[in-house]
Design a protein around this ligand. Structure first.
Ligand code: DLZ
Length: 288
């Protein structure tokens, strides 16, 4: 029944509120629904894991506002970058500590954003902290290149799938220049283009997008089987994750539903799966 934890932080000054907003946006926090009325302003930021910690008997040794992260040094560099981009006046007001070990088997740094507004970032050194005992991929696409192969056939749908994939990649931190889009005539051509891209080893993952409509496609089963086999074979033989976003539908209406209308966007889902698999591949290879 418990869904999440909402911790409300009162920020004393407008200046601190604006800086915190700017920093959280720069770090890629997912934004929730904020508000702005005559009584004040609210800004909501969402994180995958919430942790409400109650303390009694001694004062907390850390700021009340703490963000747990997975790559502390990268976050440190991002905060430094954000500070450097602020006006000289703000930079001098902000104090950034070094990353330092804590007595609770973690590493932490803090930044003072305004008078009385200190923010902390920390990472547990315990690999099992807050995690199931399993290797899991992160949904971070930053610094990685991805290719998207999209069929022109049924473009009214495949364009929506493409938008879904791009949305997933960019929201996960992938830079625009790190995405290569290849348009092919139809689903039949997807496997060979996907394979060429995967064999180039330039990409962390390849996302394949197309739509086969049973009613309008001669030899539908045969084509579908071959497309799925070709994409799967390219993935297995190159070791590069391939996202499968080729819809097989009875009708155009059904395809529209799966391209963002009523049943999610399969282009988004295929891209998220590839981002996760690219991270898992890196972890299994000991790279991250
Ligand atoms: C020919 C064809 C047909 C009938 N239907 C579809 C379809 O529903 N979805 C799709 O992506 N492509 C279709 N195509 C085109 C083939 O995939 C291929 O591009 C052409 O046969 C040329 O090789």
């Amino acid at each position: 029944m418990i869904k999440g934890i909402t911790s409300v932080a009162a920020i004393a000054s407008d200046e601190g509120f604006d800086r915190l907003n700017s920093l959280f946006r720069a770090l890629g926090f997912e934004e929730g629904k904020g508000w702005n009325d005559s009584s004040g302003r609210g800004a909501a930021f969402l994180a995958p894991v919430g942790n409400l910690e109650l303390i009694t008997g001694r004062a907390p040794a850390v700021p009340g506002l703490l963000v747990e992260v997975t790559q502390l040094d990268a976050v440190y560099a991002a905060v430094q970058g954000w500070l450097a981009a602020q006006s000289a006046e703000n930079v001098s007001a902000a104090k950034l500590t070094e990353v330092a070990p804590t007595h609770w088997n973690s590493r932490l740094f803090t930044v003072d954003l305004a008078a009385g507004l200190q923010l902390g970032f920390w990472e547990s050194e315990n690999p099992l902290h807050n995690r199931p005992i399993a290797v899991e991929g992160d949904l971070s696409a930053a610094g990685k290149k991805f290719a998207i192969v999209v069929a022109r056939w049924n473009a009214v749908i495949t364009d929506r799938l493409l938008q879904g994939s791009l949305d997933a990649l960019h929201r996960s931190g992938c830079a625009k220049d790190d995405v290569e889009i290849v348009r092919v005539p139809g689903a039949w051509e997807i496997p060979s283009a996907a394979r060429t891209l995967a064999e180039s080893k330039r990409f962390a993952g390849v996302i394949t997008l197309g739509v086969l409509l049973r009613g309008e496609t001669a030899h539908y089963e045969a084509i579908y089987t071959e497309v799925a086999r070709g994409i799967g074979q390219s993935q297995q033989e190159t070791g590069i994750p391939h996202g499968f976003g080729v819809l097989t539908c009875e009708t155009l209406e059904q395809a529209l539903d799966r391209a963002g209308l009523k049943a999610g966007n399969k282009g988004f889902e295929a891209a998220i799966a590839v981002i996760e698999m690219a991270s898992i591949q890196g972890k299994l290879a000991g790279k991250n």
